[in-house]
Design a protein around this ligand. Sequence first.
Ligand SMILES: Cc1cc2nc3c(=O)[nH]c(=O)nc-3n(C[C@H](O)[C@H](O)[C@H](O)COP(=O)(O)OP(=O)(O)OC[C@H]3O[C@@H](n4cnc5c(N)ncnc54)[C@H](O)[C@@H]3O)c2cc1C
Length: 465
Amino acid sequence: MADISPLIAALKSALPPQQVLTDSDTLQASSHDTWPLSTKLKRLGCHDYQADVVVNVTGEQQIQQVLALATAHDTPVTPRGLASSVTGQPLPTRGGIVLDLSTMSQQREINTTNMTVEVSSGYNGGKLEDELQQMGWTLGHSPQSLYQSSVGGWLSTLATGQFSSYYGGIEDLITAYTVILASGEHIRLKASPRAAMGPDLRQLFIGAEGTLGVVTSVQLKIFPLPQTRLFDTLELPSVEAGLHIMREQAMAGLRPFLLRLYDAAEARHAMQNPQQPLPVMFIGTQGIDGVARAEMDALMAIIQRHGGRSLGCEGVQGWMQRRFDFSTVEKRLDTPGGYAETIEVAHNWDGIASLYHALVDILTPLAGEVLSHFSHVYPQGTSMYMILLGQEQDDRQAVEKLRRIWQETMNVCLAHNAELSHHHGGGLIRSPYARQSLGSAHLLLRRVKQALDPNAILNPGKLGL
Ligand SMILES: Cc1cc2nc3c(=O)[nH]c(=O)nc-3n(C[C@H](O)[C@H](O)[C@H](O)COP(=O)(O)OP(=O)(O)OC[C@H]3O[C@@H](n4cnc5c(N)ncnc54)[C@H](O)[C@@H]3O)c2cc1C
């Protein structure tokens, strides 16, 4: 890459110099997110994708200034929220500028009549949810990383939350947002409450991983806190029985806010009971008291038809308390030679059971433990989330094992015509598979990229771009 110092000098004269960081700790940190493989590489002292400069921006005008300078100096810009990505999405593959959006000034505007809240994109999701709950409202969006991810990150990664069967994914929850293009142009996308003027352009940047523009503010739906929540924990004869239950409750038009099916291996963790012999399902219904009760009764009838047996509320309520906890993975990654990975995919009802068995078969020789759950349900199918835990002799071997796990998983999904990602996105690890995954639609993505970012400065090396 060309000499970066003129760009850094230009950035320092355009912005307060303390917002333009080039110290080695900051640059090394920019080479990592929360991707387990990247965490292992950090332990090995490998910081392969370092920025040349990290810029902490506070507002839209500064973002426009940075983009103008980056274009003039033909330098990549990688937007970064709170770096909770678990696939390497915010890593600057070609160096250049990392645009840190977590330093954006924290604007918040609530409209309880229209039931929306608008915040700056760097707003911490957990902080926002806590503030709303104090006022009797909720976002309904509750990813496991709620307290470590930003609203702009949610939009940019097509995130989804633990209660998606009731509220939907982030694509269902965004009503409007503002984005700045590589050219510096300022665009507002909205539909209030719905609009039919041309294609739904709001979808364009949702899941774009910062490759098409920089999101500066997001308007989200808000919901009154539910009057009643009911829970139960069920033991099931098999994973297949659980999948039938998930499909049949969707067919019946039920909307439990919680529906999580664990295979027996993960049920032992979810129940904190090493002796748990069979798969387990956590269920929850909510809303006006009578509706929540009626839905629970209807759901239980389906479950009983498939041989489900209630274990009481303790299991699911324990999970509700621990649902943001990531320590099993973190501890394993922090052990020399230890490795852990989380991989989420999706498939239709007619393919999900065989995908599950194929993945467990191929991954079992590669990890000490292969844990699986199904936790986002749709009328046409479900997500499948695997947690792999293992131990090698040293971190270098652990990195090799993690690469192998990814490769095998993606190949099995391709062979089964499954979706390669359900919500963690492409990032660095899935970028090589983006063309196969999107098929002919990848051409459309390339055309859009060419139109919106003709110099290809935004987050290069992601989504196969
Ligand atoms: C413990 C744990 C649990 C998780 N659980 C879930 C879960 O339940 N559901 C889920 O969906 N995900 C989950 N994730 C993944 C991650 O939290 C989400 O992808 C989240 O949306 C990322 O937000 P972030 O602010 O950390 O973004 P970052 O990781 O900083 O960035 C992610 C991508 O978005 C781009 N980006 C970020 N902000 C902007 C912006 N303002 N404009 C343009 N591009 C931007 C970046 O360039 C990058 O490509 C989990 C992660 C962890 C570590």
